[in-house]
Design a protein around this ligand. Structure first.
Ligand code: FES
Ligand code: FES
Length: 153
């Protein structure tokens, strides 16, 4: 049994300490926006925020988390899908199949929280998520658009 703070709610979850956070999020909590891609911290499909940093949840053990750690999934990024990154993603029409996109959005949101006006090099360094559909140019355009969104806090 572990206590996890996910999207602002503290939940009791039944999981062995070595269970990847990704499986708890998807199978126990039922938040399926966070995806399984590679399982080895390479693709970024499983990206969530932990204490405002982007992390690959397939490679985070439940036993290494505390109830005070703030875990945010794509479902918790904003109440109405109105986060500036989500708005930019829609405006640029970034997704193709969509599978990688929640992870891309979580990576972009963490980047802009840390670096509100990223350079192209900052974007390249932060956006390492893999997209089978090759949406990389639109991902970068949307990150730049979100960075220019003056309503962003
Ligand atoms: S599923 Fe976690 S990085 Fe690929
Ligand atoms: S949009 Fe299809 S994998 Fe990225």
């Amino acid at each position: 049994m572990a206590k996890l703070n996910i999207n602002g709610s503290v939940r009791d979850v039944e999981a062995e300490p070595e269970t990847p956070l990704l499986w708890v999020i998807r199978e126990q909590v039922g938040l399926t926006g966070t995806k399984y891609g590679c399982g080895v911290a390479q693709c970024g499909a499983c990206s969530v925020h932990i204490n405002d940093d982007v992390q690959r949840s397939c490679s985070i053990r439940v036993g290494d988390l505390r109830a005070t750690d703030r875990i945010v999934t794509i479902e918790g990024l904003s109440a109405t899908s109105s986060h500036p990154v989500q708005k930019a993603w829609a405006a640029v029409d970034v997704p193709q199949c969509g599978y990688c996109q929640s992870g891309q959005i979580m990576a972009a949101a963490a980047l802009l929280k840390r670096t509100p006006k990223p350079t192209d090099a900052d974007i390249d360094a932060a956006m390492t998520n893999i997209c089978r559909c090759g949406t990389y140019q639109r991902v970068r355009a949307a990150v730049r658009m979100a960075a220019d969104d003056t309503s962003r806090t």
